[in-house]
Design a binder for this molecule. Structure first.
Ligand SMILES: [Zn+2]
Length: 202
């Protein structure tokens, strides 16, 4: 008689394998790892997942993640709300905060990556266009990563923004971030320079 493993293990493997960059082999390894560690360690992970989903909100304005919705950046009246920095994810946002950006943000929640099945409509581009159409915006600066997919994402967004009537200035951060390094990996002074040297797209 063949031995079948408990269905609960299949369910965990299946859930883990749906995470980005986790294949079936890694999902199997993680599932058995979670069975091998002390129970409180495994439950701490489950609690952390539940807590982050309970306590962290996605901002209805900029799609940043924060304890508040709208987020604290969108609610901060001391910031320049006429300038929007478009970033791929919340970690990029944190890097530009550290680099001294004083405007607001728009978080795309990813980048266009056809090989991974991520298309423009999977990102928050429609919400960005709705924001950019409103009067009062001076500039939309595209600050996606300076790699193949980041450049492609910036270009596709720029193409749409440039077609808007009464559009704000459309800019792109300067090249200067070393090849192979992502925005979250470089020094904040380099990001500050990339912001300083941003160029207008026409
Ligand atoms: Zn926000």
């Amino acid at each position: 008689m063949s031995h079948r493993r408990p269905e609960a293990i299949d369910a965990l493997v299946s859930a883990l394998s749906r995470l980005p960059s986790i294949g079936t082999v890694t999902a199997e390894r993680l599932a058995y790892h979670l069975l091998a560690v002390p129970e409180d360690e495994a439950f701490a992970l489950a609690d952390a997942i539940r807590r982050v989903r309970d306590e962290v909100r996605v901002c209805r304005v900029c799609s940043n993640v924060d304890a508040n919705d709208p987020c604290r950046i969108c609610e901060d009246e001391t910031r320049d709300h006429t300038r929007v920095l478009v970033v791929e994810g919340p970690r990029d946002l944190a890097s530009f905060e550290a680099a001294g950006w004083k405007g607001v943000y728009h978080v795309l929640r990813g980048r266009i990556a056809p090989l991974e099945g991520v298309r423009g409509k999977d990102l928050t581009i429609a919400a960005l266009l709705a924001r950019a159409r409103r009067p009062g915006f001076a500039e939309v600066c595209l600050a996606t990563n300076p790699d193949l997919e980041g450049e492609r994402t910036a270009q596709e967004i720029a193409d749409v923004l440039l077609g808007l009537e009464n559009r704000p200035r459309i800019t792109r951060i300067a090249r200067g971030i070393p090849a192979g390094a992502g925005i979250t990996q470089v020094q904040h002074t380099i990001l500050a320079d990339a912001l300083e040297g941003r160029r207008e797209l026409r």
